[in-house]
Design a protein around this ligand. Structure first.
Ligand SMILES: C[S@@+](CC[C@H](N)C(=O)[O-])C[C@H]1O[C@@H](n2cnc3c(N)ncnc32)[C@H](O)[C@@H]1O
Length: 265
């Protein structure tokens, strides 16, 4: 599995600057593939219930937690490593009148600043692909869950057909991922940390369709807005479009994918 040398500091540059804004433009405030529908399916598969204490690891703009509070009446806690995302999450949560239900902290998800057994559910949506040490993240998730607590997440993965080193390097360099786990790899990471897997879904076909959708939106609807974010640099816009077309091709070939997993402690 090809690894790039990206660290949290590189991710902070993405989500503290124009790239993060671009991802919000194409995906919306929930910066993950499939938006509301994907969150609903994940929450239902995880059996989210009223009153649960939920920790969102890589909570970004806090939209995942606001979704869970509004639709499932949970108590929300968010952890993200980018100051700008935490500030925005707090501001937007206040604006929606949910500050008493959601607490946000700045920090690294591989060193969770909460005590053992503090939560009923650890949640993640399309973000752990940015994390260098996913084994440590999952071990930390296990530590902060009470007995019978669950971990539930979606993530970008290396597809079952496998990426060549150069294909993986190209995608990781564009996305600023240190590496992507495989579906099997995630199953092993979960089991090694002491979890029992309950749901392990391959969402790759739907993922490829979403990349096509983003390309179409950027080309046919959001060009002006996207160019504004990147300083009206048409060359950069074309280059980024080319990388997205490449990712779509990889997803169609089952080399790049997405999974949904839930597991119990
Ligand atoms: C794609 S966004 C997450 C989207 C969010 N889950 C949602 O559905 O709206 C990725 C986020 O992960 C955060 N992140 C990446 N690596 C991290 C780490 N090691 N610790 C904490 N946050 C991290 C970034 O700061 C960024 O806000």
């Amino acid at each position: 599995m090809k690894r790039n040398n990206f660290k949290l500091v590189d991710v902070q540059k993405v989500y503290g600057g124009p790239e993060g804004e671009l991802w919000e433009l194409v995906m919306g405030e929930q910066i993950h593939v499939g938006g509301w529908k994907s969150s609903k399916e994940l929450a239902d598969k995880a059996g989210v219930k009223k009153g649960m204490k939920v920790l969102d690891l890589c909570s970004a703009l806090g939209a995942g937690l606001r979704f869970l509070v509004r639709n499932y009446d949970v108590e929300g806690f968010g952890l993200d490593g980018t100051r700008h995302m935490i500030d925005e999450a707090i501001r937007r949560t206040e604006a929606e009148g949910m500050s008493s239900r959601i607490l946000m902290k700045l920090g690294d998800v591989t060193s969770i600043p909460w005590p053992d057994k503090a939560f009923d559910l650890v949640w993640g949506e399309d973000a752990w692909c940015y994390v260098v040490d996913k084994e440590k993240l999952v071990r930390e998730a296990h530590r902060v869950l009470g007995k019978g607590g669950k971990i539930a997440f979606t993530d970008w993965i290396e597809g079952d057909a496998g990426l060549s080193d150069s294909e993986a390097s190209r995608i990781n360099a564009f996305m600023k991922f240190p590496y992507m786990e495989s579906h099997e790899g995630y199953e092993k990471v979960l089991k090694d940390a002491g979890f029992k897997i309950e749901v392990s879904d391959d969402l790759t076909a739907d993922f490829a369709d979403h990349i096509s959708l983003y390309i179409k939106m950027l080309k046919e609807q959001l060009t002006f807005d996207a160019l504004k974010i990147i300083g009206n640099d048409m060359n950069l816009f074309s280059q980024m479009g080319g990388e997205m077309v490449f990712m779509e091709e990889m997803a169609r070939k089952n080399k790049l994918g997405r999974c949904r997993m839930t597991a119990v402690k």
